[in-house]
Design a protein around this ligand. Structure first.
Ligand code: HQG
Length: 171
């Protein structure tokens, strides 16, 4: 299996694996991945160091590893609460637009709604689901209205929910 496939397998094991009992902060034992899931320490180090989105991190003693965001399992990855830029973006696909305009942006299976500071990133996120559509989010007004925003250590903006009143289409 090449490194990209191993990285995808790792994303599942660190974000979505309901069978594993995670530490409350989302850490999984490196030894479990080596003994039970076919990883070596070298492969894990390679993935952590070369991952294009810097999705994963080791604990300082290298005994544990976790994903920095994107979980569906309920863990607390110690996200930093931050003041957002005045505008953020969310990329989605055309076929979700009607529901989003009705119900707002929901986290669906994940813990948070994922937002980005650039339109380019949002387009790439949207493409994963179909013909991409980018929403612009009035994050400043949301923040002033009391919403919380978090910035993951790999630069992804997260929030709990975005009501439709804060959304507009990015042309
Ligand atoms: C949509 C990747 C209907 C939402 C990316 C999205 C990201 C609704 C989809 C990260 C809805 C959920 C997360 C509503 C939201 N009705 N559809 N009310 N509200 N949706 O994959 O944001 O590569 O869970 O627009 O780069 O696409 O894995 O979220 O299209 O940062 O590290 O429901 O995953 O990161 O899809 O992607 P997802 P996402 P990684």
């Amino acid at each position: 299996m090449n490194l990209t496939n191993k990285s995808k397998q790792l994303a599942y094991l660190l974000r979505h694996d309901r069978k594993y009992e995670f530490d409350t902060n989302g850490w999984r034992k490196v030894s479990d991945l080596i003994c039970n899931h076919g990883f070596t320490l070298e492969v894990l180090q390679d993935i952590v160091n070369t991952n294009n989105k810097q999705r994963y991190e080791f604990s300082s003693d290298m005994q544990y590893i976790r994903a920095r965001q994107g979980h569906s399992i309920h863990v607390d990855v110690e996200l930093d609460e931050c003041v957002p830029p005045s505008v953020l973006y969310h990329g989605t696909a055309e076929h979700f637009v009607d529901d989003i305009l009705k119900d707002g942006l929901k986290p669906q299976s994940r813990i948070h709604v994922h937002l980005s500071s650039t339109i380019e990133t949002a387009i790439n996120v949207g493409k994963r689901h179909g013909v991409p559509v980018v929403f612009k989010i009035d994050s400043q007004r949301m923040f002033n209205d009391g919403a919380k925003f978090y910035l993951s250590r790999n630069g992804v903006w997260l929030t709990d929910y975005v009501a439709a009143e804060y959304l507009s289409f990015e042309k």
